[in-house]
Design a protein around this ligand. Structure first.
Ligand SMILES: [Zn+2]
Length: 451
């Protein structure tokens, strides 16, 4: 067992900020935490430390098409035209391509302050739509990319069977995503030993959306694991209209009435809600998985954050399409969307509280719940943390939550000095230790895919 001790002038712990904190690590896990103590001679010494942020929703392969869907088509562009671009990109990817693209995405996540990713993974089959000899071949590429980058992985294989509400047959562009329940269960069994070899990995499932699964399939798939259950929901107004036409209920209304939604569940986007759905979602204990950069990029709409927080709701953030990977920018845009829509300031903060503090703490707690991980820097948790550059002009002279306000609203990712995963420093001065190799390989593969 490898042991070491680190000392920090300040640390954000689950109970709040503490000064002069000493943590003992055993094999990358936090074995002891003391505060109000001075450093011992052999301790590594750092300034301020924060728990790393969980990224609760990613489609890693979409990093490869970032910026490729920003040209206006002949008619009005929408989520649905973006999806056509995505389907064309997805047709070409091999398992090796997927690993190369995902590894770069995970390097960039770590550099920006994310230490765990929830990979909502739906690209399962070969280019012609046939299953690989090993049904978990594409998931294996995700597991390998997580291992190379060092990021913690909550793997969320997606169950996808239909192209619309009421069990419509899937379309040709969806052929690489499709399973029946028994084929999906067989893939999960292949995955369990793969994930057992990856430190701190968690297995969940992701019924893709109410348009892609029937009620019977939803119940069967959610019962296949003990881990998290994630679903895309109410992202688009067309989806709300189609759900009403199918069932007479709105998507979140239908889900809360027909599925055992609780703390295991993460409802990704949940953008379009009426008041009763806001209250019902908050009361369920499920996490609202918000993806502000992607939701802005796709023109989805704005989640009703103020009403959801007032009802006691729990949220986390995700980088989703990975068009831009930046933890602080997700939090900043989450708050700024609310400010612009409500013509108000400091919407996500409690009365008298720091907005940066409320955003970081909220996303750490909600992200951990959504990804089946231990929350924050506590005994027994992996030592996954971010250290700040206290000499940064937007952080200098500050402590406690004022550091988080400076980080989220002023410094951005430039205020991050180091990022640590399981006690290993993977990011130094804002750069991942494997960036050069992983980025060079990415450039070669993308040139081929786009050429
Ligand atoms: Zn998504």
């Amino acid at each position: 067992m490898t042991r070491k001790s680190l000392h920090f002038t300040q640390m954000l712990q689950p109970g709040g900020w503490a000064d002069n904190v000493r943590i003992g690590l055993a094999d990358g896990l936090i074995a002891s935490v003391e505060s109000g103590v001075s450093a011992a001679a052999a301790d590594e010494r750092h300034g301020a430390a924060l728990p790393g942020l969980p990224n609760l929703h990613s489609h890693a392969f979409q990093r490869g098409m970032a910026g490729l869907a920003e040209v206006r088509g002949p008619s009005d562009d929408s989520f649905w035209t973006w999806r056509e671009t995505m389907y064309r990109f997805v047709e070409r990817l091999t398992p090796d391509d997927l690993q190369v693209i995902a590894a770069l995405a995970y390097v960039e996540m770590l550099e920006s302050g994310f230490t765990r990713v929830g990979e909502f993974h739906y690209l399962h089959h070969d280019r012609d739509g046939r299953a690989f000899a090993d049904p978990a071949e594409m998931s294996g590429a995700i597991v390998a990319a997580a291992g190379e980058s060092g990021i913690a992985l909550t793997h969320l294989p997606v169950f996808y069977a239909h192209s619309g509400f009421g069990g419509l047959a899937p379309g040709e562009g969806q052929r690489r995503f499709i399973h029946d329940v028994s084929g999906f269960a067989a893939m999960l069994e292949r995955l369990r030993p793969l994930l057992a070899g990856l430190p701190d990995a968690v297995l969940g499932v992701a019924p893709h959306s109410l348009r892609a699964v029937t009620p019977d399939e939803l119940a069967a798939v959610a019962g296949l694991v003990d881990g998290p259950v994630h679903i895309h929901i109410a992202e688009q107004v067309k989806e709300v209209a189609d759900c009403l036409a199918w069932s007479g209920a709105r998507p979140v209304e239908w889900l809360l009435a027909h599925a055992p939604v609780d703390r295991r569940w993460c409802l990704v986007h949940a953008t379009h809600l009426v008041d009763a759905e806001v209250r019902g979602l908050a009361a369920s204990g499920a996490v609202a998985g918000l993806c502000p950069i992607t939701e802005a990029n796709l023109g989805d709409g704005l989640f009703p954050s103020a009403a959801f927080l007032a009802a006691g709701g729990v949220f986390g953030v995700g980088s989703d399409s990975n068009v831009l990977i930046d933890a602080t920018e997700e939090l900043r845009l989450l708050e700024y969307g609310q400010r612009l829509a409500g013509r108000a300031r400091n919407v996500m903060a409690p009365a008298g509280g720091s907005t940066g503090g409320a955003l970081w703490r909220g996303a750490v707690a909600g992200g951990a719940r959504a990804l089946g991980a231990v929350e924050g820097l506590a005994v027994g948790a992996p030592a996954d943390f971010v250290t700040l550059d206290l000499a940064h002009p937007s952080l200098v002279g500050r402590s406690g939550d004022a550091l988080l306000d400076g980080l989220v609203f002023a410094a951005g990712r430039g205020g991050i000095d180091g990022v640590w995963r399981r006690g290993r420093r993977l990011v130094e001065k804002g750069r991942h230790v494997e960036r050069e190799r992983i980025a060079a390989r990415y450039r070669r593969v993308l040139a081929g895919l786009l050429g």
